[in-house]
Design a binder for this molecule. Structure first.
Ligand SMILES: Cc1cc2nc3c(=O)[nH]c(=O)nc-3n(C[C@H](O)[C@H](O)[C@H](O)COP(=O)(O)OP(=O)(O)OC[C@H]3O[C@@H](n4cnc5c(N)ncnc54)[C@H](O)[C@@H]3O)c2cc1C
Length: 512
């Protein structure tokens, strides 16, 4: 039964971020408005709710690329996922370990169910949202079956899972979506020569799955830069002291913005504070080794002097705020380093790096950079042309590259509806413009919209840093706080007006 006093919230998109949003709403409600019943409606037509594109049921080689402690659905309680893993007999994956992503998907599902049972009301509508508009101070969410009014709406749609830089979609033996691995690898002959577009973590998942299948043919990974994910350094118990959101805000307030030099300076201050040299980092940021060479070098040196690198990984959360304040010219400069940043801040576990090196040294695996084109020849083989390399021939090609900040095609009508009405504004660097501290959408006049919020890929221009789960779940905390505070302010204002009216009535001023 619908509670008319409840706060009604629409969550658009039911991926892992939506689970964190449910948890954050309950957490903020308990702190800011314990008497407020929450009534949440989630929209998503996906066949695997709560898992999104990346955490659905799959083979174990589809592995988390962050420690499982980063996968907690509670931004204020990183141990939550560890408790679940222990309670379900999966203790070996807890803490600073990596887990099959489908196991974490199961955690997301169970967490969502539990969160839903703690809400005043919960509805799941398996439909695509095609538009949102604020009308008469209500957020109206549209699907092909009509409009639904809410107090607030949160856009939590992800990014496209398709990457096809050479226009190969539809060609026989070209696989555009590598997940689920169990489907992508069905029908692969063990002697085929496999080409993999991309050298990131998805490519590593594919190689590991081929290895598990005892693949005998050659495997070639290729990309423009030929940078594999870096080898993850040992975990470090260290809390940032200088490179903090407050540190960034102070510089931005004093200087009216931020430059790339300010960011580099602050990183150096942090490393000074930690009594470590930035030198090993400089070597990584301006690489002279690529592919297997770089992998070998990193594996040899991973234990010496890597404190600076461990600290860099920790800057991920704060870098979003730094990016927000960065001036446009420096954003363009920084974008040129994105492949390096991705390689360093999405590193692979050491045991996987060692397995890759083993395959390379056995002559089965290679990494090629500077690929210019890829097409099918008359014999039905794929041919790639790379700088300083004879043509490469493949029997089968997988796309394992990243679509970057390209939104989920399903979200495009929704975004367009906001742009058309002027209730959303396109960010010059991509996605929708938002207010930094609340994630409220900015309208065409740059006014924050207290009824509309966005998290994830939709905010790529504002926050353009990697969408790791620890970043996303924290933003859902900001959104939940902003919603509950806005609701409380409005309720307090209404109560004040009512009290004033009663006082005036009692004094007989309103009815002389
Ligand atoms: C292969 C891979 C592995 C990853 N591994 C990790 C990891 O180990 N650790 C980590 O921290 N991060 C990882 N990430 C990053 C990861 O993307 C995020 O952590 C997380 O999955 C993002 O969740 P999301 O809910 O924001 O987006 P998604 O998972 O993309 O979910 C968005 C949902 O929105 C729905 N949707 C879209 N448009 C609409 C619409 N118009 N109406 C209704 N619903 C809509 C979609 O159907 C989808 O279910 C990985 C990413 C990839 C691609």
């Amino acid at each position: 039964m619908h509670d008319a006093t409840a706060l009604s919230i629409a969550v658009i998109g039911a991926g892992p971020t939506a689970v964190a949003a449910l948890e954050s709403l309950i957490h903020s409600r308990n702190i800011i408005g314990p008497d407020v019943p929450l009534d949440v409606t989630v929209f998503d037509p996906s066949p695997h709710p709560w898992c999104g594109h990346s955490f659905a049921s799959d083979r174990p080689e589809a592995l988390t690329n962050t420690y499982t402690s980063d996968m907690s659905v509670r931004h204020w309680q990183p141990e939550h996922v560890g408790f679940w893993l222990k309670a379900t007999g999966n203790a070996e994956f807890a803490g600073n370990n990596f887990a099959p992503r489908s196991l974490i998907g199961q955690y997301f599902k169970e967490s969502a169910q539990q969160a839903a049972s703690r809400l005043g009301g919960f509805v799941f509508i398996r439909e695509q949202v095609t538009g949102v508009a604020v009308i008469d101070d209500r957020a109206r969410v549209h699907t092909q079956n009509g409009g639904f009014p809410f107090d607030y709406a949160i856009l939590s749609v992800g990014r496209s899972d398709k990457f096809d830089p050479y226009g190969l979609e539809g060609q026989e033996n070209f696989c555009i979506r590598p997940y689920p691995l169990k489907d992508a690898l069905a029908g692969v002959d063990p002697d085929e020569h496999i080409g993999i577009i991309g050298t990131g973590l998805t490519a590593v998942d594919l190689v590991m799955a081929l290895k598990a299948d005892k693949h005998r043919g050659r495997i070639t990974l290729f990309s423009r830069n030929g940078l594999l994910p870096a080898v993850r350094p040992p975990s470090l118990n260290y809390e940032l002291q200088r490179f903090t959101v407050k540190g960034i805000e102070d510089i931005a307030a004093a200087k009216g913005g931020l430059t790339l030099e300010d960011i580099v300076h602050l990183v150096h201050e942090e490393l000074d504070h930690a009594c470590t040299s930035p030198e090993p980092l400089t070597e990584e940021i301006f690489p002279t080794r690529y592919g297997i060479d770089r992998l070998r070098h990193q594996l040899m040196h991973i234990d010496d002097g890597r404190k600076a690198y461990s600290i860099l990984i920790k800057t991920l959360l704060v870098l979003q705020d730094a990016w927000y304040f960065l001036n446009p010219a420096d954003k363009a400069r920084a974008a040129g380093f994105r492949h390096i940043y991705c390689s360093l801040c999405c590193p692979m576990p050491r045991f996987r790096a060692a397995q890759l090196l083993g395959l390379a040294e056995a002559g089965q695996l290679d990494v090629v950079r500077g690929v210019r084109s890829m097409a099918k020849d008359a014999s039905g083989q794929f041919v790639a042309v790379a700088a300083d390399h004879p043509p490469l021939h493949f029997d089968r090609v997988f796309s394992a590259g990243s679509s970057g900040t390209e939104p989920d095609p399903m979200a495009i009508p929704l975004v367009n509806s906001l742009l058309r009405s002027g209730q959303g504004r396109a960010h010059p660097v991509g996605g929708l413009a938002i207010e930094r501290t609340t994630s409220r959408l900015l309208d065409v006049h740059s006014r924050p919209q207290p009824r509309l919020y966005a998290v994830g890929t939709m905010t790529s221009g504002a926050f353009q840093v990697l969408n790791g789960y620890s970043v996303l779940r924290l933003r859902t905390g900001h959104i939940a706080d902003a919603i509950l505070k806005h609701h409380r302010e409005r309720r307090d204002r209404r109560s004040r007006h009512r009290a004033e009216a009663l006082t005036e009535d009692a004094l007989g001023r309103r009815h002389p």
